[in-house]
Design a protein around this ligand. Sequence first.
Ligand code: SAM
Length: 240
Amino acid sequence: MAMPRTLAEHDYKAPSKESRTPFKWANGEELWTFLGSHPQRAMNMVVGMKSLSSGSLAGNAYPFGEELAKLNIEDEVAIVDIGGGQGHIMEEVRKNNPGIKGRIIIQDLPSTFEAVTGPPPGVEFMPYDMFTPQPVIKAHVYYYRHIIHDWNDESCGLFLAQVLPLLKEQPKSKLLLVDLVLPDMNVSMQQSIRDFTMFPIGGLERSEKQWNALLNRNGLKIKKIWRESEPEACVECAVL
Ligand SMILES: C[S@@+](CC[C@H](N)C(=O)[O-])C[C@H]1O[C@@H](n2cnc3c(N)ncnc32)[C@H](O)[C@@H]1O
């Protein structure tokens, strides 16, 4: 009901948070603010995100152990996981790479941290709205997993702009974005379903061409696409 109605209202253009998404039509609020006022649903969301990533594959698209070992990290911030939910990905990263030194910080909305018990061992929670200036400067890695696909290009531009000045000041810091990178042709049924699932909240999965377009218009480019056993890829970015 919400999908056909909102699509017709907006001339069959892809929904965005500005144009009012099908989710907002059905629930009165956008997903992330809705979760803030519905703690039980927020709990369901974080539990769901964790179960999606279970099976010890979580976070393995990027070889954190090998790559961070090259950086000579001591007690500074090794990784900031922005929109990291209950910290399940970084919990796995710590477990699978005991040699990683430095702090690992999970940033998310205060309502997310109120809904979960935590943080898991070896990581810290920091309430933070990613549309505001990034408070952790000089981290070695800024990591966004399953975040880009939640938003349209305009919104992604707004939160990427919060980290771009830090990358310019500290060229050694890495920006890692983890989501599907769809093929241009022959998208599988599973990939199509995942793309379509993001539609009601104003998000989408992107092809490499769409990733390039998104990054280029925000002063960034693809440095390398890392792949492992996850269907998701890790897009390592560089400043243009
Ligand atoms: C799809 S989940 C991804 C969770 C985790 N990164 C993963 O890969 O399983 C999106 C996360 O973004 C968070 N989020 C949404 N809006 C946010 C904002 N403005 N600032 C910080 N986090 C936000 C949500 O609370 C949620 O935890």
